[in-house]
Design a protein around this ligand. Structure first.
Ligand SMILES: Nc1ncnc2c1ncn2[C@@H]1O[C@H](COP(=O)(O)OP(=O)(O)O)[C@@H](O)[C@H]1O
Ligand SMILES: [Mg+2]
Length: 256
């Protein structure tokens, strides 16, 4: 590989990303509640620290602090320990405070990034900026400022976004964030043979090739595991999974 990449430490996912994320890039990870956004983002930061020696910063508006530490611990990720070792910082904040801070070149966030030598940042989640009661133009301005600030600091970031549609189309909120990020990955529930599975798809990756497969993934005891393609299925990402004509034919008439 000629170019350095920022790896998740999840083999199949890094392979889909042609080796990993681009250094210094801002990456959107979107999905319905419970699809695994927070898990994947923490895994990115955790593996960054323990496998690649890249300190991390997680800014969350999402959950109660103890819950966050507890959930990560279920996968064996001891975030408290990493914080004590000065390799990680978790900030439980609110959107307004974060916004006020992020632009400041001498603010608290920048100080943490510099003091710890942070290379990986997670924002959990961008959707909370929509709660500030602002119009779509202000929202876009906030998103742009946020991404600019992360780029200015040269960190590789994962920005989470809630998608209220459990199945089916990507929601059409006024946010323009998919257009300004460097990569856009979607997590989705899919119904297959009367069971709920999870699918992952990389919709775009600026300045790089990537695999366009729709992959099945699971949340196991060690975090996210990306598995095989959904073979013989169509309509996975539209929420209307059905057999391809070839597989439907085999089902009815059997293999020759
Ligand atoms: N220890 C665990 N083992 C397996 N699956 C888990 C574990 N903890 C949480 N999960 C699964 O992860 C999901 C929540 O993931 P999370 O990353 O919080 O989603 P999101 O941030 O997208 O709302 C839960 O629905 C649950 O199915
Ligand atoms: Mg979450």
């Amino acid at each position: 590989m000629s170019e350095e990449r920022v790896q998740f430490g999840i083999k199949a996912l890094d392979k889909m990303l042609s080796g990993g994320l681009l250094p210094g890039s801002a990456n959107l990870l979107e999905g319905a509640p419970g699809t695994g956004k927070t898990t994947l983002a923490i895994q990115f930061v955790y593996n960054g620290i323990v496998q690649f020696k890249e300190p991390g910063l997680i800014i969350t508006f999402e959950e109660f602090p103890q819950q966050y530490y507890h959930d990560a611990m279920q996968f064996g990720w001891d975030l408290k320990k990493l914080e004590n070792e000065g390799k990680l910082k978790l900030i439980f904040s609110d959107p307004q405070t974060t916004l006020d801070e992020i632009d400041k070149v001498d603010g608290q966030f920048v100080k943490i990034i510099e003091d710890l030598g942070v290379k990986r940042v997670v924002i959990d989640s961008m959707t909370h900026f929509e709660s500030l009661g602002i119009d779509q133009f202000d929202l876009r301005d906030i998103e742009r400022r946020m991404i600019n600030a992360l780029k200015r600091e040269g960190v590789s970031s994962i920005l989470l976004r809630e998608n209220d549609n459990l199945f089916g189309q990507v929601s059409q909120v006024s946010s323009k964030i998919p257009f300004i990020v460097d990569s856009y990955t979607l997590l989705r529930y899919v119904e297959i043979d009367s069971a709920i599975e999870k699918a992952l798809c990389i919709l775009k990756m600026r300045g790089s090739d990537h695999q366009k497969d729709i992959r099945c993934f699971r949340i196991g005891s060690k975090g996210i595991e990306v598995e095989a393609k959904f073979s013989g299925r169509e309509g996975i990402m539209s929420g209307n999974a059905h057999l391809t004509p070839q597989d439907a034919f085999v089902n009815v008439f059997g293999k020759k």
